[in-house]
Every structure is written in C-alpha cells, then in structure tokens.
Design a protein around this ligand. Structure first.
Ligand code: IK2
Length: 440
C-alpha cells in the first residue's frame, strides 16, 4: 500500500499558491484542510428594519411607489438635496492641501475645529463649558460612530451599568450598545392612545431606575415617534436626574428639524447644562447638512474640570484609534467650514429652516387630506408630532396593505418619514391610508 502524502500547514500554504485548481485538495489530509468549516455556524443576520424597507422600495417598479422608510431629507420632487452651503464650502476647500496631503497633524487640527464648532452648536456659543474648555470632544463617524464611541467608553469605566433607552427608540441604539457589551434597558416614553408623551410613566421609570444610571435622551425630533417633551417637562426631567444622579446622554441627530431653529432644538441640552449636569452628547451632521455619506459627527463629554477633560479625551482618542484611527477628512472640512464661516453658516441656518418648513407643510397637508376624506380616525398627531418622523399609529397589517396594494413603503411599526411626502404624492398617500384604516 502506498503511504498517504503528509504535508504540514506551512508546506500546504506554500504549495497552495503553486498548485492548479485541479491538483489542489487531492490528498485526504489536504481535503480535510480545504473543508475546515470556519464559517459553518454563521447564519444570515436579521435584516435591518430600516434598510430592508429601502431595498424593497428600490426593487418595486410601480410608478406610484413612495418611500417613507429611511429618514433622509428629500425635496418636494422627492429628490435628495445638496445644500447650497455645502456647495459653497466645497468651493472654499477645493484644492486645499489638507485634503491632498492629509497629514495626521492636519487631520487633528481640522478635527479640533469641528469639535470646537459642534460644541457651540449643542451647548450654546456662550456656555461656560465651551469658554473654559471643560469637555472632552472628538470628531466621530457621524451620529452612529459618536454613539458607538460613547458606548465603548461607558463600558470601559462603568462596566456594570446598563443604559436606558426610551421605548421606542431608533432601532440601531440597542445594537450599538449591545455590541459594546453594555446591558440595555428601556424607560416608558410613548403613549399609544394619545400618540404623545407618557410623561407620568417616563418620570416613574426615571425615579425607579437605580441611582446613577445612564439614560439616552433624544433632545429634539424623537426618532421614531416625533414626540418631544415640552421645555417645562425637560426641566422636571432634569431635576429628577439630579435627584437620582443619572447621567444624560443626548443623541442629537436632527438639530433644526423639530422647530426649524437650531438653538430652540438644543433647549433640552441647555436646560440640563444650566442645572449643572455633566452631559454626553452625540451629534450628527448627516441630516441637517445632508451629508449622509460623509459620516461627520462629534462626541462630547462634559467633565468636572480641565484635568478630567484631558484624561477623558485621551481615553476617547485611544478607543477611536483602535477602531478606525481617524475619520476621513473631507467631510470634517466641509462641516467645520460651514460652522466657522459666518456667511456660510447663515446660509445653512436658512436652509435648515426651509427643510423643516417643508416637512411641517407636508404634515398639515396630509392631515387636512385625511380629514377631507372624512376619515373616522383622529389625525391630530400628524401635526402635533415634530421632526422627520410621524408615528402614524398604523398597525403592522395596515402597513403590509400599504406596501402590497399601494406600493407605499414604511417600517412595520407605522413610522413614516415625512421627508418622503411631496405635494404630488400626498393625496395618493392620504387615500391609501384612508383605505387601509377606514373599517378599523
Ligand atoms: N441617532 C438617531 C436618533 C438617528 O435617528 C440616527 C439616524 N437615523 O437613521 C435613519 C432612520 O432612522 O431612518 C442616528 C443616530 C445616526 O445617524 P448617522 O450615523 O447617520 O449620523
């Protein structure tokens, strides 16, 4: 009997590059190596509820189809928008050596400028923390990246502490904190009957959580409900956070979209600041500058003093360094140019208002259209809710009918991205909603 050829792994790797495909895997031992089931236990991940809607929408060829899934701004023709302030900033930075040379020291300088301007936007340009620099801040890969950095930081220094999310919240929040090994909890937020805030239940959950818990708060234009506390309610929440020594982490993905005014939309953060909280804040420029693909954001963490800020900053930098080192510089330059150049910033402020107003207008028109159809249901919440989303109250079955019969796409929780509603599709949408709800 012929002895079986024996080769070791190094030999196999060496030979592998020299063998033709027909001679590879011929001997028993090499066959075993070929077949080693590295990924046999991997099954397909669940589809993301939001990106799954976009995929289904793109695959539909019906001319009347409407995408109310992803929260991305569209103009009244349903087209994505490049803001004029972004075009102006592009022109200003064209040919800039920072982009072409891309040295690390330059990236750091641009990053610092972005952080400096972002914190002014969140906390107010005259805020003491901004003037005194008692914060740690880092440019981040948009809002998701800022949340992820903070989740890692939280686990590093408070490994036992869970984070509390509003129920419901953006569907990616639990993924982000779970992947960082942080236990996830919820607090009551939305009232399905009133389609507004369940303030009493929210306050109860804040009071009943263990002292010094982490809470994620949406300061404006809550995703997915469009339901925000009033200024007075924020004051009460802030007060209770002090009593319980909770940590407020604000996720600011839609500044400007709730009221059309950037300062007004930061009022929750400013109320907590006045009350002396140390705050964490994730900011995204994806929506309010229309820079979705550029992935520009900022994470800031307020600290007790400058020494603490240096320590926190160094830890955040270390976490980012191990994850992705530095974010791409182009988007950073765009945002820091828009925020630091007074003329470009003034234009941006106006353009944010235009986007917010268009969405507000579509809310009013959709509600009016449903009322004109003599819908038996109350649609006041369409105009009471604010920002990019309307939590319509449609059931999963009704959403399925909208998709199947009318080619209108939204997530099965009934969230509608109002940015997908236009002057030309609003009456088709109202009719479809009326059809699927009239006999309920
Ligand atoms: N935080 C919140 C509350 C968000 O809504 C988002 C983006 N939402 O995604 C679109 C959708 O829900 O349809 C983010 C953070 C992250 O934003 P980004 O990473 O794009 O800046």
């Amino acid at each position: 009997m012929k002895p079986k050829p024996r080769i070791n792994i190094i030999m196999w790797r060496f030979m592998g590059s020299r063998l033709t495909s027909s001679t590879r895997c011929m001997s028993t031992s090499t066959k075993a190596l070929c077949r080693f089931g590295w990924w046999d236990r991997v099954s397909p991940a669940a589809k993301d509820p939001i990106t799954g809607v976009t995929e289904a929408f793109l695959a539909d060829t019906n001319p009347h189809k409407i995408n109310l899934g992803v929260g991305a701004y569209r103009d009244d023709e349903g087209k994505p928008v490049v803001l004029q302030c972004v075009r102006n900033a592009e022109a200003k930075i064209a040919g800039c050596d920072f982009i072409n040379v891309g040295r690390e020291s330059n990236a750091t300088a641009v990053g610092s400028k972005l952080v400096e301007e972002s914190v002014k936007l969140a906390y107010g340009k005259d805020a003491n923390v901004v003037k005194e620099g008692t914060f740690a801040g880092l440019q981040a890969l948009s809002g998701t990246g800022a949340c992820r950095l903070f989740a890692e930081f939280q686990r590093r220094f408070h490994p036992e502490s869970p984070i509390y999310f509003p129920d419901p919240t953006w569907s990616n929040h639990p993924n982000i904190w779970r992947d960082a090994q942080v236990p996830v909890r919820t607090f009551q937020y939305y009232h399905p009957v009133s389609k507004g805030l369940n303030f009493a239940a929210l306050m109860d959950d804040i009071k009943n959580a263990p002292d010094a818990s982490f809470f994620l708060l949406h300061p404006c234009a809550h995703n997915p409900t469009g339901v925000d506390p009033t200024a007075e309610q924020w004051r009460e929440i802030s007060y209770q956070f002090k009593v319980k020594s909770h940590f407020p982490f604000f996720d600011v993905a839609y500044q400007g979209f709730a009221s059309g005014d950037l300062d007004m939309d930061a009022q929750a953060i400013r109320i907590f600041l006045e009350d002396g909280h140390l705050i964490g804040c994730a900011q995204s420029f994806a929506k309010n500058m229309g820079l979705y693909g550029h992935r520009v954001g900022c994470l800031s963490v307020l600290c007790a003093d400058a020494k603490q800020a240096v320590a926190v900053q160094s830890q955040l930098q270390q976490i980012a360094r191990a994850m992705y080192s530095n974010p791409p510089i182009h988007g950073l330059l765009l945002v820091s140019t828009i925020l630091s150049d007074p003329e470009t910033k003034a234009l941006w402020v106006k353009e944010v208002k235009v986007m917010a107003n268009r969405i507000q207008q579509m809310r009013s028109t959709l509600r009016e259209s449903l009322e004109k159809l003599a819908s038996p249901l109350n649609w006041e919440h369409i105009t009471n809710q604010v920002g990019m989303f309307c939590f319509s109250g449609l059931t999963a079955d009704q959403v399925d009918r909208l998709v199947r019969e009318f080619h209108i796409y939204l997530t099965r929780d009934g969230r509608m991205s109002m940015a997908g509603v236009t002057t030309s599709n609003v009456s088709y949408l109202a009719n479809a909603i009326h059809e699927v709800t009239r006999y309920n």
